[in-house]
Write a protein that binds this ligand. Structure first.
Ligand code: PMP
Length: 334
């Protein structure tokens, strides 16, 4: 019989698929890696598994232990899922502005969610970082993975995401295009692919960061933007600036328009940061020839953004689209 022994065994080994419509006029092959097919719905399942298994090996997480992390997003889902399957409780700390739905997802997996106060400085004991530090210390068996500094996060991508892309492209990948939030994906995947291709006759894989306009990674000042999960306003430990060879700055409007095109034209319902990655991948691919193979990593599903990117009124209200008249009535043009 062919079956997985636990849902945890289904993390990783995600497929690559070729883009066919949004790539019109482009000679290079553009492939996307579908991380929303992980059991928790995002790329973050990979780091959750690695950080928890590393902690078990190091004796930081023992039977009866509790995983404590300040997150409301994809990392929380990954950690909740892996913790549950391995018999640990999990507690997540969020701020009130986080959508109720996101907290509900974590609670659905059996996790506890603590909502901290708004408007507290990051270094205050009442910030969501501060609360998580206190809880991790005060709860018996508490362990805080800390995805921004835990070396297991980039290591999980070095050990899985990178090798999967190298093998599935039969060592033909020429360009990797990824977004960077905590930096784990670009540091681990990019480092692996550059190392294995270093001696290749056609030259090493070129690593490209697709960065929101405003993020410091591509020289911005850290001003706010709407796309979620990518870009930063401070430098974080798991982002190794030596790995990327180039950066492409992508606006919210470009990211969201591309996320919508991926749904309507390629059948891929993916999140805003996937739009950022593909928008950058196409800019990279425009200058390339038929032998080039560009791989973009798509971190999560569009299901989490139905009330935003895939909601016409939200797009119009935030200046990302306009109502246009057509022969059959009105529709939104983004
Ligand atoms: N996209 C989304 C939706 C994410 O949640 C994240 C994680 N913050 C990323 C991209 C970026 O991944 P990383 O943290 O590994 O840089």
């Amino acid at each position: 019989m062919k079956y997985a022994h636990s849902v945890v065994d289904l993390i990783g080994r995600t497929p690559l698929v070729k883009l066919n419509r949004v790539t019109e006029g482009i000679e290079a092959t553009v492939l996307v890696k579908l991380e929303y097919l992980n059991p928790g719905g995002s790329i973050k399942d990979r780091i959750a598994l690695k950080m928890i298994e590393d902690a078990e090996k190091a004796g930081k997480l023992k039977p009866g232990g509790v995983v404590v992390e300040p997150t409301s997003g994809n990392t929380g889902v990954g950690l909740a899922l892996v913790a549950q399957q391995k018999g640990y409780r999990s507690v997540f700390i969020t701020v009130p502005k986080v959508a109720q739905e996101k907290r509900d997802v974590l609670r659905a997996y059996g996790a506890d969610v603590v909502v901290g106060p708004t408007g507290v400085p990051a270094d205050s004991p009442l910030s969501y970082y501060g609360i998580s530090d206190q809880l991790a210390e005060q709860i018996a068996g508490g362990f805080k993975p800390d995805q921004f500094s835990n070396p297991g996060a980039p290591a999980s991508h070095y050990e899985t995401t990178g090798p999967e892309i190298w093998e599935d492209t039969e060592e033909k990948i020429t360009h990797l295009v990824v977004g960077a939030g905590t930096g784990g994906t670009v540091t681990g995947t990019g480092r692996y692919l550059k190392e294995v291709s270093a001696q290749r006759e056609s030259g090493p894989v070129r690593v490209v960061v697709a960065d929101p306009d405003g993020s410091i990674y591509s020289g911005g000042e850290g001003r706010p933007y709407f796309v979620e999960g990518v870009g930063e306003d401070v430098w974080v430990k798991n982002y190794d600036p030596k790995v990327p060879d180039e950066h492409h700055t992508i606006t919210d409007a470009e990211s969201f328009a591309m996320a919508r095109r991926l749904a309507t034209e390629e059948g891929l319902l993916v999140g805003g940061s996937s739009g950022t990655a593909v928008a950058a991948a196409l800019k990279v691919a425009e200058g390339l020839g038929p032998d080039d193979v560009v791989v973009a990593v798509l971190p999560d599903s569009g299901r989490g953004y139905l009330a935003k990117i895939f909601n016409d009124q939200w797009m119009i209200d935030h200046g990302f689209g306009e109502v246009v008249s057509t022969s059959t009535g009105t529709e939104i043009s983004v």
